[in-house]
Design a protein around this ligand. Structure first.
Ligand SMILES: C[S@@+](CC[C@H](N)C(=O)[O-])C[C@H]1O[C@@H](n2cnc3c(N)ncnc32)[C@H](O)[C@@H]1O
Length: 221
């Protein structure tokens, strides 16, 4: 048992960036096994409500076990494809889209043997579909964090770039953390986003809905 959850340092950043207010309504779109959900609940002092989704039943069990073990009381879990989160018929103050991704070649020894360009393209398409759904259920003035553990621009910078072009009401906001570097604004020779981050920016936000990225950028379909 125990009341803590081990996460590496980078994995802790998305929830810290989102920093949901106590008593707010939060959507965690791809939540299992729950490292970030438990962190969000802690930041909210177990108040408000987190709706935590995951499409895979087996992984949802891990999420439920972790929530119970840590003593999280403000979270409702659903086995659900988050592309259809408008079915929930509500909008959210804060959304975490910790998207399914191709993983990180720095820590996966067989990454280049097991991953394909086609897989990365498919993941990028899914990430954009999830992003579209997130924008639909984000309250005006709400905040959205998009994160992955992938280092592929197609899953990161290019997804965010695509979103900023598609949704002019979104804006990048400063991330007020003492760690991290400015996101890349040039990928394969192309300058990304209508409003490239300024020196010192390290994420995205958006205005009427606000949004952020803790890692990403991408190109239109
Ligand atoms: C990067 S992991 C999430 C890690 C989690 N946020 C954490 O901190 O423990 C991505 C998750 O997305 C889930 N997933 C994949 N496609 C999904 C979809 N369409 N809707 C909801 N969840 C999905 C996977 O089952 C997986 O658990």
């Amino acid at each position: 048992m125990g009341l803590y959850y081990l996460q590496d340092a980078a994995s802790q950043l998305p929830a810290l960036v989102l920093n949901p207010a106590p008593h707010s309504l939060v959507l965690d779109m791809a939540a299992s096994p729950g490292g970030k959900t438990t962190q969000l609940a802690a930041l909210m002092h177990n108040t408000g409500t987190i709706i935590a989704l995951d499409v895979h039943a087996g992984r949802l069990s891990s999420l439920k076990n972790n929530l119970e073990r840590i003593g999280v009381r403000n979270t409702i879990t659903y086995k659900k494809d988050a592309r259809f989160c408008t079915d929930l018929k509500t909008t959210f103050d804060h959304i975490l889209l910790d998207a399914p991704c191709s993983g990180n070649f720095c820590v996966e020894p067989r990454f280049f043997e097991e991953k394909t360009l086609q897989g990365i393209t498919e993941r990028s398409k899914l990430q954009k579909e999830l992003f579209k759904a997130a924008v639909r259920v984000l309250k005006p003035g709400g905040s959205l964090v998009y994160s992955t553990c992938s280092l592929e621009p197609e899953e990161d910078e290019l997804v965010v770039d695509w979103a900023l072009r598609k949704y002019p009401e979104l804006e990048i906001v400063d991330i007020d953390l003492s760690v991290g570097d400015r996101a890349a604004c040039v990928v394969s020779g192309s300058t990304l986003s209508p409003k490239p981050p300024m020196p010192g920016d390290s994420g995205l936000t958006r205005q009427a809905p606000r949004g952020f990225s803790s890692q990403n950028l991408s190109a239109p379909p």
